[in-house]
Design a protein around this ligand. Structure first.
Ligand SMILES: [Zn+2]
Length: 351
Protein backbone atom coordinates (compact mmCIF):
# COMPACT_ATOMS: atom_id res chain seq x y z
CA UNK A 1 0.00 0.00 0.00
CA UNK A 2 0.97 3.61 -0.38
CA UNK A 3 0.20 6.76 1.61
CA UNK A 4 -3.12 8.57 1.25
CA UNK A 5 -1.44 11.67 -0.15
CA UNK A 6 -0.38 9.68 -3.22
CA UNK A 7 -3.95 8.55 -3.77
CA UNK A 8 -5.33 12.07 -3.34
CA UNK A 9 -2.82 13.66 -5.73
CA UNK A 10 -4.64 14.41 -9.02
CA UNK A 11 -2.97 12.12 -11.53
CA UNK A 12 -2.82 12.07 -15.32
CA UNK A 13 -2.00 8.66 -16.77
CA UNK A 14 -1.04 8.48 -20.42
CA UNK A 15 -0.10 4.81 -20.91
CA UNK A 16 -2.43 2.06 -19.81
CA UNK A 17 -3.63 -0.83 -21.96
CA UNK A 18 -7.29 -1.68 -21.58
CA UNK A 19 -6.56 -5.36 -22.25
CA UNK A 20 -3.83 -5.36 -19.58
CA UNK A 21 -5.96 -3.68 -16.93
CA UNK A 22 -8.77 -6.20 -16.52
CA UNK A 23 -9.61 -7.12 -12.93
CA UNK A 24 -8.49 -10.71 -12.25
CA UNK A 25 -11.90 -11.47 -10.71
CA UNK A 26 -13.55 -10.32 -13.94
CA UNK A 27 -11.30 -12.61 -15.98
CA UNK A 28 -12.31 -15.59 -13.84
CA UNK A 29 -15.97 -14.59 -14.06
CA UNK A 30 -15.77 -14.41 -17.86
CA UNK A 31 -14.01 -17.78 -18.11
CA UNK A 32 -16.87 -19.28 -16.10
CA UNK A 33 -19.76 -17.52 -17.85
CA UNK A 34 -18.45 -17.63 -21.40
CA UNK A 35 -16.57 -20.91 -21.51
CA UNK A 36 -17.74 -22.90 -18.48
CA UNK A 37 -14.10 -23.16 -17.44
CA UNK A 38 -12.42 -23.00 -14.00
CA UNK A 39 -15.74 -23.49 -12.21
CA UNK A 40 -13.98 -25.12 -9.27
CA UNK A 41 -10.74 -23.15 -9.49
CA UNK A 42 -10.12 -20.30 -7.08
CA UNK A 43 -8.86 -16.91 -8.12
CA UNK A 44 -5.68 -17.50 -6.10
CA UNK A 45 -4.96 -20.67 -8.07
CA UNK A 46 -5.46 -18.93 -11.40
CA UNK A 47 -3.62 -15.72 -10.57
CA UNK A 48 -0.08 -16.93 -11.50
CA UNK A 49 -1.32 -17.59 -15.04
CA UNK A 50 -2.66 -14.06 -15.36
CA UNK A 51 0.00 -12.12 -13.50
CA UNK A 52 3.77 -11.89 -13.34
CA UNK A 53 5.13 -13.97 -10.48
CA UNK A 54 8.77 -12.98 -10.81
CA UNK A 55 10.11 -16.03 -12.64
CA UNK A 56 9.42 -14.61 -16.09
CA UNK A 57 12.31 -13.60 -18.26
CA UNK A 58 11.18 -11.50 -21.20
CA UNK A 59 8.57 -9.53 -23.12
CA UNK A 60 7.48 -12.84 -24.65
CA UNK A 61 6.74 -14.25 -21.17
CA UNK A 62 4.86 -11.07 -20.39
CA UNK A 63 2.76 -11.33 -23.54
CA UNK A 64 2.06 -15.00 -22.73
CA UNK A 65 -0.12 -13.82 -19.83
CA UNK A 66 -2.35 -12.07 -22.35
CA UNK A 67 -2.49 -15.20 -24.45
CA UNK A 68 -3.73 -17.18 -21.46
CA UNK A 69 -6.66 -15.00 -20.50
CA UNK A 70 -7.67 -13.26 -23.71
CA UNK A 71 -9.85 -16.19 -24.91
CA UNK A 72 -12.25 -15.55 -22.02
CA UNK A 73 -13.40 -12.33 -23.75
CA UNK A 74 -16.24 -13.19 -26.07
CA UNK A 75 -18.83 -10.49 -26.43
CA UNK A 76 -19.53 -6.83 -26.89
CA UNK A 77 -20.90 -6.74 -23.33
CA UNK A 78 -17.58 -8.10 -22.03
CA UNK A 79 -15.68 -5.26 -23.71
CA UNK A 80 -18.06 -2.66 -22.32
CA UNK A 81 -17.82 -4.13 -18.83
CA UNK A 82 -14.01 -4.22 -18.93
CA UNK A 83 -13.88 -0.56 -20.00
CA UNK A 84 -16.33 0.55 -17.31
CA UNK A 85 -14.39 -1.27 -14.59
CA UNK A 86 -11.00 0.08 -15.73
CA UNK A 87 -12.36 3.63 -15.60
CA UNK A 88 -13.76 2.94 -12.10
CA UNK A 89 -10.35 1.65 -11.01
CA UNK A 90 -8.56 4.71 -12.44
CA UNK A 91 -10.98 7.04 -10.65
CA UNK A 92 -10.44 5.18 -7.37
CA UNK A 93 -6.71 5.83 -7.70
CA UNK A 94 -7.18 9.59 -8.00
CA UNK A 95 -6.69 9.74 -11.76
CA UNK A 96 -8.30 12.87 -13.25
CA UNK A 97 -7.42 12.01 -16.84
CA UNK A 98 -6.76 8.52 -18.18
CA UNK A 99 -5.62 7.60 -21.67
CA UNK A 100 -6.62 4.01 -22.34
CA UNK A 101 -5.28 2.23 -25.36
CA UNK A 102 -6.55 -0.88 -27.07
CA UNK A 103 -6.34 -2.68 -30.37
CA UNK A 104 -9.64 -2.94 -32.29
CA UNK A 105 -8.08 -5.64 -34.50
CA UNK A 106 -7.21 -7.67 -31.42
CA UNK A 107 -10.75 -7.34 -30.03
CA UNK A 108 -12.13 -8.33 -33.43
CA UNK A 109 -10.03 -11.50 -33.33
CA UNK A 110 -11.36 -12.41 -29.88
CA UNK A 111 -15.02 -11.58 -30.27
CA UNK A 112 -15.87 -11.58 -33.94
CA UNK A 113 -17.08 -8.00 -33.61
CA UNK A 114 -16.38 -5.66 -36.52
CA UNK A 115 -13.72 -3.00 -35.95
CA UNK A 116 -16.49 -0.39 -35.63
CA UNK A 117 -18.38 -2.52 -33.09
CA UNK A 118 -15.18 -3.04 -31.11
CA UNK A 119 -14.66 0.71 -30.77
CA UNK A 120 -18.31 1.33 -29.95
CA UNK A 121 -18.28 -1.40 -27.30
CA UNK A 122 -15.41 0.41 -25.59
CA UNK A 123 -17.04 3.83 -25.92
CA UNK A 124 -20.23 2.40 -24.37
CA UNK A 125 -18.18 1.59 -21.28
CA UNK A 126 -17.08 5.21 -21.01
CA UNK A 127 -20.54 6.79 -21.03
CA UNK A 128 -20.53 7.49 -17.30
CA UNK A 129 -17.14 8.89 -16.43
CA UNK A 130 -17.00 10.20 -12.83
CA UNK A 131 -17.35 13.97 -12.38
CA UNK A 132 -14.08 15.82 -12.81
CA UNK A 133 -12.46 12.98 -14.72
CA UNK A 134 -11.85 12.64 -18.46
CA UNK A 135 -10.84 9.67 -20.59
CA UNK A 136 -9.21 9.59 -24.04
CA UNK A 137 -8.77 6.46 -26.09
CA UNK A 138 -5.78 5.53 -28.21
CA UNK A 139 -6.21 2.92 -30.93
CA UNK A 140 -3.22 0.63 -31.27
CA UNK A 141 -1.92 -1.53 -34.05
CA UNK A 142 -0.12 -4.63 -32.78
CA UNK A 143 3.20 -4.22 -34.53
CA UNK A 144 3.37 -7.80 -35.89
CA UNK A 145 0.04 -7.29 -37.70
CA UNK A 146 1.45 -5.09 -40.44
CA UNK A 147 0.67 -1.91 -42.28
CA UNK A 148 -2.77 -2.81 -43.62
CA UNK A 149 -4.08 -3.25 -40.09
CA UNK A 150 -2.39 0.05 -39.22
CA UNK A 151 -4.27 1.83 -42.03
CA UNK A 152 -7.58 0.30 -40.90
CA UNK A 153 -6.83 1.39 -37.36
CA UNK A 154 -5.82 4.99 -38.06
CA UNK A 155 -8.86 5.50 -40.32
CA UNK A 156 -11.09 4.13 -37.59
CA UNK A 157 -9.46 6.47 -35.08
CA UNK A 158 -10.11 9.45 -37.35
CA UNK A 159 -13.79 8.44 -37.66
CA UNK A 160 -14.14 8.50 -33.85
CA UNK A 161 -12.01 11.58 -33.22
CA UNK A 162 -14.97 13.55 -31.94
CA UNK A 163 -16.22 10.64 -29.81
CA UNK A 164 -13.34 10.17 -27.41
CA UNK A 165 -10.67 8.52 -29.59
CA UNK A 166 -7.76 10.97 -29.67
CA UNK A 167 -4.63 9.11 -30.69
CA UNK A 168 -2.93 6.11 -32.29
CA UNK A 169 -0.11 3.79 -31.29
CA UNK A 170 2.02 0.91 -32.52
CA UNK A 171 2.37 -1.69 -29.75
CA UNK A 172 2.96 -5.33 -28.86
CA UNK A 173 6.23 -7.09 -29.70
CA UNK A 174 7.98 -4.38 -31.70
CA UNK A 175 10.79 -6.63 -32.91
CA UNK A 176 8.76 -8.53 -35.50
CA UNK A 177 8.70 -5.84 -38.17
CA UNK A 178 10.52 -2.64 -38.90
CA UNK A 179 8.88 0.46 -37.46
CA UNK A 180 9.62 2.34 -40.69
CA UNK A 181 6.83 0.38 -42.38
CA UNK A 182 4.35 2.40 -40.37
CA UNK A 183 5.51 5.84 -41.45
CA UNK A 184 2.72 6.57 -43.95
CA UNK A 185 -0.29 5.72 -41.75
CA UNK A 186 1.22 7.57 -38.80
CA UNK A 187 1.90 10.68 -40.91
CA UNK A 188 -1.67 10.56 -42.15
CA UNK A 189 -2.99 10.17 -38.59
CA UNK A 190 -1.11 13.28 -37.50
CA UNK A 191 -2.36 15.25 -40.47
CA UNK A 192 -5.92 14.33 -39.44
CA UNK A 193 -5.40 15.71 -35.93
CA UNK A 194 -4.72 12.48 -34.05
CA UNK A 195 -2.00 12.25 -31.43
CA UNK A 196 0.81 9.80 -32.18
CA UNK A 197 2.56 7.79 -29.49
CA UNK A 198 4.74 4.81 -30.38
CA UNK A 199 6.06 1.90 -28.33
CA UNK A 200 9.81 2.27 -28.83
CA UNK A 201 12.97 2.02 -26.75
CA UNK A 202 11.54 -0.93 -24.88
CA UNK A 203 12.11 -4.30 -26.60
CA UNK A 204 14.32 -2.50 -29.10
CA UNK A 205 17.17 -0.08 -28.53
CA UNK A 206 17.66 3.64 -29.11
CA UNK A 207 17.40 3.45 -32.91
CA UNK A 208 13.72 2.58 -32.52
CA UNK A 209 13.32 5.82 -30.58
CA UNK A 210 14.97 7.76 -33.38
CA UNK A 211 12.66 6.12 -35.94
CA UNK A 212 9.55 6.80 -33.84
CA UNK A 213 10.45 10.47 -33.43
CA UNK A 214 12.02 11.32 -36.80
CA UNK A 215 10.05 9.10 -39.17
CA UNK A 216 6.73 8.40 -37.44
CA UNK A 217 6.39 11.83 -35.85
CA UNK A 218 5.76 10.57 -32.33
CA UNK A 219 5.41 13.35 -29.76
CA UNK A 220 5.21 10.74 -27.02
CA UNK A 221 7.01 7.44 -26.57
CA UNK A 222 5.55 4.31 -25.04
CA UNK A 223 8.45 3.65 -22.64
CA UNK A 224 11.29 5.09 -24.76
CA UNK A 225 13.58 4.37 -21.83
CA UNK A 226 16.31 2.67 -23.86
CA UNK A 227 17.01 6.08 -25.41
CA UNK A 228 19.51 6.41 -22.56
CA UNK A 229 21.74 3.87 -24.32
CA UNK A 230 22.72 6.47 -26.95
CA UNK A 231 23.60 10.06 -26.01
CA UNK A 232 22.70 11.35 -29.46
CA UNK A 233 19.22 9.80 -29.41
CA UNK A 234 18.59 10.98 -25.86
CA UNK A 235 19.63 14.53 -26.84
CA UNK A 236 17.32 14.36 -29.86
CA UNK A 237 14.35 13.36 -27.69
CA UNK A 238 15.12 16.02 -25.08
CA UNK A 239 15.66 18.75 -27.70
CA UNK A 240 12.32 17.95 -29.34
CA UNK A 241 10.48 17.84 -26.03
CA UNK A 242 9.33 14.27 -26.59
CA UNK A 243 7.36 12.95 -23.62
CA UNK A 244 8.40 9.60 -22.16
CA UNK A 245 5.55 7.41 -20.91
CA UNK A 246 7.60 5.57 -18.31
CA UNK A 247 6.17 2.37 -16.79
CA UNK A 248 8.75 1.27 -14.20
CA UNK A 249 7.41 -2.08 -13.01
CA UNK A 250 6.49 -3.18 -16.52
CA UNK A 251 10.14 -2.57 -17.49
CA UNK A 252 11.30 -4.79 -14.63
CA UNK A 253 8.83 -7.51 -15.62
CA UNK A 254 9.96 -7.51 -19.26
CA UNK A 255 13.62 -7.26 -18.23
CA UNK A 256 14.15 -3.91 -19.94
CA UNK A 257 15.60 -2.86 -16.58
CA UNK A 258 17.21 -5.22 -14.06
CA UNK A 259 16.09 -3.28 -10.98
CA UNK A 260 14.36 -0.08 -9.94
CA UNK A 261 17.71 1.33 -8.82
CA UNK A 262 19.19 0.72 -12.27
CA UNK A 263 16.09 1.87 -14.13
CA UNK A 264 16.76 4.42 -16.92
CA UNK A 265 14.38 6.88 -15.24
CA UNK A 266 17.35 8.12 -13.22
CA UNK A 267 19.24 9.02 -16.42
CA UNK A 268 16.15 10.48 -18.08
CA UNK A 269 15.64 12.83 -15.15
CA UNK A 270 19.31 13.81 -15.13
CA UNK A 271 19.13 14.59 -18.86
CA UNK A 272 16.13 16.87 -18.38
CA UNK A 273 13.79 14.61 -20.35
CA UNK A 274 10.02 15.11 -20.07
CA UNK A 275 8.88 12.09 -18.09
CA UNK A 276 5.54 10.78 -16.85
CA UNK A 277 4.61 7.81 -14.65
CA UNK A 278 2.27 5.09 -15.89
CA UNK A 279 1.24 1.50 -15.25
CA UNK A 280 1.20 -0.07 -18.77
CA UNK A 281 -0.59 -3.32 -17.81
CA UNK A 282 -1.51 -3.13 -14.11
CA UNK A 283 -3.68 -6.26 -14.26
CA UNK A 284 -0.72 -8.35 -15.44
CA UNK A 285 1.89 -6.67 -13.28
CA UNK A 286 -0.37 -6.80 -10.21
CA UNK A 287 0.16 -3.11 -9.48
CA UNK A 288 -1.66 0.20 -9.26
CA UNK A 289 -0.62 3.68 -10.39
CA UNK A 290 -0.05 4.58 -6.74
CA UNK A 291 2.41 1.68 -6.56
CA UNK A 292 4.48 3.27 -9.32
CA UNK A 293 4.50 6.59 -7.44
CA UNK A 294 5.71 4.74 -4.36
CA UNK A 295 8.50 3.23 -6.49
CA UNK A 296 9.55 6.75 -7.53
CA UNK A 297 9.64 7.84 -3.90
CA UNK A 298 11.37 4.76 -2.47
CA UNK A 299 13.90 4.08 -5.21
CA UNK A 300 14.58 7.43 -6.83
CA UNK A 301 14.05 9.76 -3.87
CA UNK A 302 11.35 11.77 -5.60
CA UNK A 303 8.78 13.73 -3.61
CA UNK A 304 5.45 15.51 -4.13
CA UNK A 305 6.99 18.37 -6.13
CA UNK A 306 8.63 16.11 -8.68
CA UNK A 307 5.55 13.90 -8.94
CA UNK A 308 3.34 16.94 -9.45
CA UNK A 309 5.73 18.12 -12.17
CA UNK A 310 5.37 14.76 -13.94
CA UNK A 311 1.60 15.17 -13.85
CA UNK A 312 1.90 18.68 -15.28
CA UNK A 313 4.00 17.24 -18.08
CA UNK A 314 1.35 14.56 -18.64
CA UNK A 315 -1.47 17.14 -18.61
CA UNK A 316 0.27 19.22 -21.27
CA UNK A 317 1.04 16.16 -23.41
CA UNK A 318 -2.41 14.60 -23.07
CA UNK A 319 -4.40 13.90 -26.22
CA UNK A 320 -7.20 16.34 -25.33
CA UNK A 321 -8.12 19.82 -26.55
CA UNK A 322 -6.32 22.89 -25.24
CA UNK A 323 -9.14 23.85 -22.87
CA UNK A 324 -9.03 20.45 -21.14
CA UNK A 325 -5.22 20.56 -20.99
CA UNK A 326 -5.45 23.89 -19.18
CA UNK A 327 -8.09 22.55 -16.76
CA UNK A 328 -5.98 19.48 -15.98
CA UNK A 329 -2.83 21.55 -15.48
CA UNK A 330 -4.72 23.85 -13.10
CA UNK A 331 -6.07 20.93 -11.05
CA UNK A 332 -2.63 19.32 -10.85
CA UNK A 333 -0.85 22.58 -9.96
CA UNK A 334 -3.37 23.50 -7.24
CA UNK A 335 -2.98 20.25 -5.32
CA UNK A 336 -1.13 20.24 -2.00
CA UNK A 337 -0.64 17.25 0.28
CA UNK A 338 -2.86 17.88 3.29
CA UNK A 339 -2.05 15.06 5.71
CA UNK A 340 1.44 16.22 6.58
CA UNK A 341 3.00 12.88 5.69
CA UNK A 342 4.33 13.86 2.29
CA UNK A 343 7.15 16.07 3.51
CA UNK A 344 9.23 13.20 4.79
CA UNK A 345 8.86 11.34 1.53
CA UNK A 346 10.70 14.15 -0.24
CA UNK A 347 13.74 13.84 1.97
CA UNK A 348 15.60 11.19 -0.01
CA UNK A 349 18.39 11.69 -2.52
CA UNK A 350 17.51 13.55 -5.70
CA UNK A 351 18.38 12.15 -9.08
ZN1 LIG B 1 2.49 -0.44 -23.41
Amino acid sequence: MYPEWIRSMPKVELHRHLEGSIRPATILDMFRRNLGMYLDTSLEELLPRMQITGSERSLVDFLAKFEFFMPCIKSRADITRITREVIEDCAAEGTVHAELRFSPAFIQGLTGLSLVEAVEAVLDGAREVPAGMSVSFILGTPQPRGVEVAWDTVKLARDYLSSGVRGVDISDDTRIRSLEEYQAPMEWARSEGLGVTIHAGEAEGPESVRTAVERLGATRLGHGVRAVECDEVLELAVARGVVFEVCPTSNIHTRVAESYENHPMVQLLAAGAKVTLNTDDPGISGISLGHEYQVAISHWGLGPDELRQMNLTAARAAFVDDARKAELAAVVAAWRPDDGSAGGAAGGPRS
